[in-house]
Design a protein around this ligand. Structure first.
Ligand SMILES: [Cu+2]
Length: 263
């Protein structure tokens, strides 16, 4: 039975359909402007995954259409289908191919993550506090200067964001940076970003956290280091004591040692 399948034609149809889907999907700018050193690498990873997914989808569609056409019952045929007792070649193929695809995806993703999170010598540490439904920020290198609803970071310097939640799970997302990280009560998580384009962006909570979730946003400003230093120096408030207590009580999940945190 297997020998009579038009494998070459089906493969050609699969490749052609993959090309068509990819041609439609790849030109779309899924995540908008790129504004961190991670953005281009993550976008390339996404593109590779789109092509692989298109191939798998195309393969399933081609085999499905072929089967519908080739093995359709004749009108009036009420008999049972042929009994099948397994097919070793097919089973090896459908185990081996997905395994290779998944291992490739895992290895490639791991190497991209490793690359974009590679710590630099002089990172800036910023505490991120999230609570229903607001963001606020602390600068431990600047005497725990405190800002509500507005985050400033210097251009071209790696930032280690230390995430703290004061109530439920929130998630830190600046689409232009491509980085997304959960803020989880009880633990301190870390997001590492090197913003490489000055401008104003939006921090969005991307974990449904309650009634005001959709409005849980903050302004993000990426600016030259001198301007950033001026802005931090002008902050009047300090991180409130209960927030400092939250940091102290949280378990740090990040294996990377804390940077000096100098501003
Ligand atoms: Cu939230």
């Amino acid at each position: 039975m297997m020998g009579r399948l038009p494998i070459a034609k089906m493969l050609a149809a699969t490749v052609a359909l993959t090309a068509v889907i990819s041609a439609v999907m790849l030109p779309i700018s899924w995540n908008g402007q790129q504004a961190s050193t991670a953005a281009a690498k993550i976008d390339t990873l996404l593109d590779v995954m789109i092509v692989i997914s298109a191939f798998v989808f195309a393969l399933v569609v081609v085999v499905l259409i072929y089967a519908l056409w080739k093995f359709k019952a004749k009108p009036g045929d009420e008999s049972d289908g042929e009994p099948i007792h397994g097919n070793t070649r097919l089973e090896v193929a459908w185990t081996l191919i997905p395994t290779i695809i998944v291992l490739f995806g895992a290895g490639y993703s791991w190497s991209v993550l490793n690359d974009i999170e590679e710590p630099t010598k002089d990172p800036l540490t910023v505490d991120v506090f999230s609570q229903q439904y607001a963001w606020s920020f602390g600068y431990p290198g600047k005497g725990n200067a405190y800002s509500q609803g507005e985050l400033h970071v210097p251009l071209d310097r790696q930032v280690h964001f230390k995430m703290h939640s004061l109530d439920v799970i929130h998630s830190f997302w600046v689409p232009e940076w491509r980085i997304k990280k959960d803020n989880v009560p009880g633990i301190t998580t870390t997001a590492i970003v090197t913003p490489d384009k000055a401008g104003a962006y939006q921090l969005i909570c991307t974990e449904l956290c309650g009634f005001g979730h959709a409005a849980m946003r903050a302004k993000v400003v990426v600016e030259p280091p001198a301007e950033f230093r001026r802005w931090v120096a002008g902050l009047k408030q300090k991180v409130p004591p209960p927030y400092m207590e939250t940091i102290r009580q949280n378990t740090e999940t990040d294996p990377i040692p804390l940077g000096a945190g100098g501003a």
